[in-house]
Design a protein around this ligand. Sequence first.
Ligand SMILES: C[C@](O)(CO)[C@H](O)COP(=O)(O)OP(=O)(O)OC[C@H]1O[C@@H](n2ccc(N)nc2=O)[C@H](O)[C@@H]1O
Ligand SMILES: Nc1ncnc2c1ncn2[C@@H]1O[C@H](COP(=O)(O)OP(=O)(O)OP(=O)(O)O)[C@@H](O)[C@H]1O
Length: 275
Amino acid sequence: MSKFVIKLLSPAKVNLGLWLLGKRDDGYHEIFTIYHTVSLFDEVFIKEGPLKVETSNNIPQEENLVYKALRLMERRLGKELEFSVYIHKNIPQGAGLGGGSSNCALVLKAINSLLGEPLSIEELKEIAQSVSSDAVFFLYGGTAVGRGRGEAVEPIRHVDLKITLIYPNLQVSTRRVYSMVSHTSLTPNLDSDKIIQSVLEGRFEVLENRLGELAMELFPEMREVYRFVEYLGYRPMISGSGSCIFYIGEASQEVKKGALLRGWKLYQVRSYDGV
Ligand SMILES: C[C@](O)(CO)[C@H](O)COP(=O)(O)OP(=O)(O)OC[C@H]1O[C@@H](n2ccc(N)nc2=O)[C@H](O)[C@@H]1O
Ligand SMILES: Nc1ncnc2c1ncn2[C@@H]1O[C@H](COP(=O)(O)OP(=O)(O)OP(=O)(O)O)[C@@H](O)[C@H]1O
């Protein structure tokens, strides 16, 4: 194999709504969400070499979801992988934007194709879902319904949106926010078809994120962002377990100035259809 370096873009996601349907026996929560990739990317470089995964923000290799996935891939293939991966991180961590899960799915797909696709999509999904609940969605990208603990993914027609993300520099632990879920946060009889229909018709007022609301109880600065966006006339939404707040629309000068003044990071992104 000749020396090569390939560069890939690893997109972030937002959740267009997230509902908690119940607590599962395995300790996870049954959720309904609409995943949506956006044009904020980590840059992933893959080259021939000893198996290693390094990132621009020095995530310990053993903790890196990409490394965990590649070790599982080695086990499944019954051979060592000879690829070195470097990830330049642009997606903020602990933001509810799925950066690690995105990296994991992208590298799994890329290395599988470099090896001539020895693993089927089903096998890739099995590896992805054992690494994180969000990773399966990123094997598809675009717009998709997520059920189960998020690993049961069903792509739907892609919607094309302009989205403004505001990150208040808070790293939120997904596990910690989920640990706050009580029966009052559950929506057991959700009309998911109605929600999907509304989103496909561009009607977003039905969207809510019960998990994000719990995160806002933990982190008052998330509520400050939420209220700031609301005050300026937009409809704030929380992505995943937070801390990122987003809204559908572009950032006015007021939003840009306000975010800058408060030290929040603002990203103007568009929908990304995953190809
Ligand atoms: C919040 C979301 O990001 C929305 O897309 C996902 O639901 C969470 O996906 P994720 O970050 O990939 O989560 P994982 O890494 O699989 O799980 C982290 C922790 O979150 C909790 N967790 C996660 C997913 C889920 N449906 N129920 C849970 O209770 C579990 O305690 C788990 O140990
Ligand atoms: N490749 C990676 N990129 C970013 N974080 C990673 C990666 N691998 C492991 N992690 C660990 O996972 C933690 C959360 O990762 P990430 O930022 O992807 O989740 P998130 O932004 O909270 O997304 P979500 O809540 O939607 O899953 C990080 O704090 C980091 O310790």
